[in-house]
Ligand binder design. Sequence first.
Ligand code: PFF
Length: 455
Amino acid sequence: MKTTLRPVRDGFTSPFGVLVATLGSAVGLGNIWKFPSLTGTNGGASFLLVYLAATMLVGLPVMIAETMLGRTARADAVTTFEKLAPRGQGWWKIAGWMGFAGSLLILAFYSEVAGWVYAYIFKSLAGEIATTDPAVARAAFGGMVSSPVQALFWQWVVMAVTGSIIMLGVARGIEAVTRRLMPLLFGLLLVLCVRSLTLPGAMQGLVFLFRPDFSKITPVVALTALGLAFFKLSLGMGVMLTYGSYFRDTQNIPATATRVMMADLAVSLLAGIAIFPAVFSFGFEPAAGPSLVFMIVPAVFAAMPGGRVFMTIFFVLTAVASVGAMLSLLEMPVALLSERYGLGRSKAAAWAIAAVLLMGAPAALSQSLTAHLTLFGLNPFDLFDFLSSNVLLPLGGIMICLFVGWVFGLPQLELRLSNEGRLANAGLVRVVFLLVRYVAPLLIAIVLLNGLNLF
Ligand code: PFF
């Protein structure tokens, strides 16, 4: 008798593999570039407190809901909504397509920032940015981002690295790489924390990071924190959904999501501990914003003993962090193109990378050739960031919440999150359900309206 074997779907191979790959997606430039700069400009510890609340009340339940959808359907984001939506409600799959567009948009500017980080590894090795004068550091950064050749070159390098790993597959590419990089990331981060904490006057940085001044909590601070919580945990883009589709049947989803959330938080805090005590110790400004990492941090390192080595470690660490996040962002469209349209994995990856490079070029050239191409006063780089973070991400998040909270329903959610009754977590699932059904969509809607200045 002839039997036809269905090809086994690629996926993560162990509970640890699931954990590191998912954590790899969450950890990224968000921890080292966005988190410290937003904490610096929004008042330090009080921002941290609101961010913690946003992560636990909204981020965690949405992450649980999103990965659950993927594992239930075992498909790409568009097909997942198609499979799980009730008859006649096929339009839910728009959420999947928004995630597709959003992932490509984020990649278009994220790959550029990652490119600057790669370039800075070489610049710090060569001693080119070893200056304590912020004006010189600013000029060095400006020189790099305004050179079309350099900007494009580094973006292409980043996409070549990401693309080669993606082509190896989910288990042999994503899981194998993140399994090695995540421990390395924690190791390097700890080295930097020890260096920063042993500097004279380090205490001031810790006070800034951990002693809240409640008068600094404003609605804008709260909204910024909620937006960051979403970006941090890679939510609303179908990215976590796609990763969830590779989770094993026995994986405890709420426990995994909680671990990822806590480990991701730990990375952000360690990044803060590595940066702020040093910033205060050398009398720099903590509220420097996005330029903190590229202009202030090099100056801080240059001012300390052994600075060049630690500066290089810092940029290697940041590059390492960006890899896992980029892999997850690229996997989302690759899974969609290869499974839904039957393209081979390499072909799907080639198409997705081509799209990223095409859209990424205007973003990369935003400080030079395309600086004048503005829409709503935003250059392409800022426009892509705005559209993905302020529009597509919250919209996708709301759709996921409404779908799970109002269409999928509690009995199904209990069944799926208890692994068909094998886990005794009914109370916990009920809390997740209430948060996803009422609290999260409401809060995200406020973020969305505010982001669009309708508020
Ligand atoms: N979580 C990543 C970071 O914090 O750097 C960025 C990210 C990855 C955002 C994947 C969104 C996403 F879908």
